[in-house]
Design a protein around this ligand. Structure first.
Ligand SMILES: Cc1cc2nc3c(=O)[nH]c(=O)nc-3n(C[C@H](O)[C@H](O)[C@H](O)COP(=O)(O)OP(=O)(O)OC[C@H]3O[C@@H](n4cnc5c(N)ncnc54)[C@H](O)[C@@H]3O)c2cc1C
Length: 521
């Protein structure tokens, strides 16, 4: 960074992972990030503690983090956080799995005894990916870090699948056409890895291809003690920084708390943007980074239209957010590790169901501590079904559905403390859980993702940057929040006249070589 820019203020709207990572890196570069947060630091990384117990939490947002999320894990390691395998269905981290479809219950222990129907579905999915997406070659190129080959394969898939849905991909695949409708239904309910893929059936197939190609649904781990610790630890961490004295952290730069939520954004002059907080305090900044969900730029923040082109506004407003709800209870102990004396099966299992609950997950905090059950994790219409209901009403509904699957188990005997529930779409600071791009949204994604490259923008649109998983190509994954934050850091550094070490180029330096394919508008 040029000396003249050292200490310059950059407003950051949102103290979620994208905002905190960007703030942390900008601080290291010698700038002064000023974080505005309308709620609590962490955003959709929210680890809600159960009342009355120490360190027992419900992960209301991000909870399982694939090891392929290398930028995310860079910060997990830096923050010194411990991780453990996530107890997904059919994963060794789950003692057992139950799949309950149309009243038929499959009980599975270990990875190798999949019922024939599930095995056929799994094989069909593998064959469909190979035939429709050159999948083995795509993965080989990723593993070999062969960018040229990767782009050659991917760029051919973009026009083929941007405008077609995930369901279309499955239904038109030869491997699935040989099988029954029931196979497609089962695939939608179970998926492979995390369950519940039918909620994504209307999404663009490109969304799904990115998930499977980058192994986002595989080898997932949880953060012991809760992922909210990650943004909080980065907030408190004091790295070596240009310009700032030893011991400087985001916390010390902010005097212990972020600034309040933002309600207005406008251009104050050719080189300053005005940021107004909820109490009416207006401050001027040479650069602003907005990391809140993009709909909020028109709902809770009055944003001057001139800050973005109409084409970008189209993209920001057309962004489609998915709904999601989770309901948790704390239980006296991890009783799902005990076997039923009569059947010799575990008393309860990680459960995928076509009932209201959809996904039920079991979190073991050790033999002498309370356990946590996520009674239900659902998306889209399943999440909407419970939107107006209270926590107790939701718990009762879920217990009713689970009773049909586990008639012998009295879950109520195990529940302790108050339940915890969330519907992200019901929170005015989010309005949805995460982006899920619809067919035809590739161009919108590209406009948002590439906005950090500002040299060719008209002057009135420079100085305001975007980041967050909804700006990324991998919405619903924390990795997308980190990657877009780092892109924005490069953009802001460049905006202030800074440059990277040529031996360690940043995303903007390599942009011409690795930029996403441009489709004609
Ligand atoms: C239900 C659910 C499950 C998920 N599961 C996973 C998972 O298993 N694995 C995974 O990798 N990812 C998962 N994710 C995604 C992950 O949580 C996100 O990618 C990540 O937390 C996004 O970080 P962000 O900074 O982009 O956005 P956010 O966390 O949304 O941060 C934006 C911040 O802006 C703030 N804000 C909003 N309006 C204003 C305003 N006017 N002024 C100031 N601040 C404002 C918000 O309060 C928020 O803190 C999940 C998300 C949800 C909701």
């Amino acid at each position: 960074m040029p000396a003249a820019a050292q200490g310059a203020e950059v407003a950051i709207i949102g103290g979620g992972l994208a905002g905190i990572v960007a703030a942390y890196e900008l601080m290291k570069l010698g700038l002064k990030p000023v974080v505005y947060e309308q709620g609590r630091i962490g955003g959709r990384l929210r680890s809600q503690p159960f009342q009355g117990a120490e360190g027992i939490i419900a992960e209301l947002g991000g909870m399982r983090f694939p090891i392929s999320s290398t930028s995310f894990y860079h910060y997990v390691d830096l923050a010194g956080l411990e991780t453990a395998p996530f107890p997904n269905p059919l994963d060794p981290a789950s003692p057992s799995t139950v799949i309950d479809l149309e009243g038929e219950i499959a009980y599975i222990e270990g990875e190798h005894d999949l019922p024939p129907l599930l095995r056929e579905v799994q094989e069909a999915w593998g064959a469909a990916l190979e035939a429709g997406a050159d999948f083995a070659a795509l993965q080989a190129a990723i593993r070999a870090r062969d960018v040229a080959r990767l782009k050659e394969i991917w760029n051919a898939l973009v026009p083929l699948w941007d405008e077609r849905t995930f369901y279309d991909f499955v239904a038109s695949a030869a491997a699935f056409q040989k099988l029954s409708f029931r196979h497609r239904e089962v695939f939608g309910q179970v998926g492979f890895g995390t369950g519940g893929w039918d909620s994504d059936f209307p999404n663009s197939m490109l969304e799904i291809l990115r998930v499977v190609a980058t192994a986002l649904d595989d080898h997932q781990r949880l953060i012991v003690g809760g992922v909210e610790q990650l943004p909080r630890r980065l907030w408190a961490h004091a790295p070596a920084c240009q310009h700032w004295p030893a011991g400087t952290s985001l916390n010390s730069l902010h005097g212990g708390a972020p600034r309040p939520g933002v309600i207005r954004l406008s251009r104050a002059s050719s080189d300053k943007i005005a940021v107004t907080d909820r109490w009416g305090d207006t401050r001027l900044y040479p650069a602003v980074l907005a990391t809140c969900q993009s709909w909020l730029l028109t709902t809770s923040i009055s944003t001057s239209e001139e800050l973005f082109s109409q084409k970008l506004w189209m993209a920001l407003d057309r962004t489609r957010y998915m709904q999601s709800s989770k309901t948790f209870v704390m239980v006296d102990r991890p009783f799902w590790r005990e076997r039923d004396a009569q059947t010799n099966r575990y008393r309860m299992s990680t459960t995928l169901s076509d009932r209201l609950t959809r996904g039920t997950y079991l979190f073991d905090n050790g033999p002498d501590r309370p356990g946590v059950i996520c009674l239900s994790y659902s998306w889209m219409s399943d999440a909407m079904k419970v939107l107006p209901l209270s926590a107790d009403q939701r718990v009762n509904l879920m217990l009713g559905a689970l009773k049909s699957i586990y008639p012998e188990l009295d879950l109520t005997q195990h529940i302790v403390g108050d339940p915890i529930t969330v519907s992200w779409e019901n929170d005015p600071g989010f309005l949805g859980a995460f982006k899920g791009a619809l067919p035809g949204h590739y161009r919108y994604n590209r406009r948002m993702y590439c906005q950090f490259m500002q040299s060719e923008l008209p002057p009135a649109e420079r100085g305001i940057f975007l980041a967050g998983d909804d700006i990324s190509w991998t919405p619903a994954w924390a990795e997308g929040a980190v990657q877009t934050a780092l892109n924005a850091v490069w953009g802001i550094m460049h905006h202030f006249g800074g440059a990277t070490d040529p031996a360690n180029p940043g995303p903007g330096d390599l942009f011409d070589r690795i930029a996403p394919l441009k489709l004609l508008d």
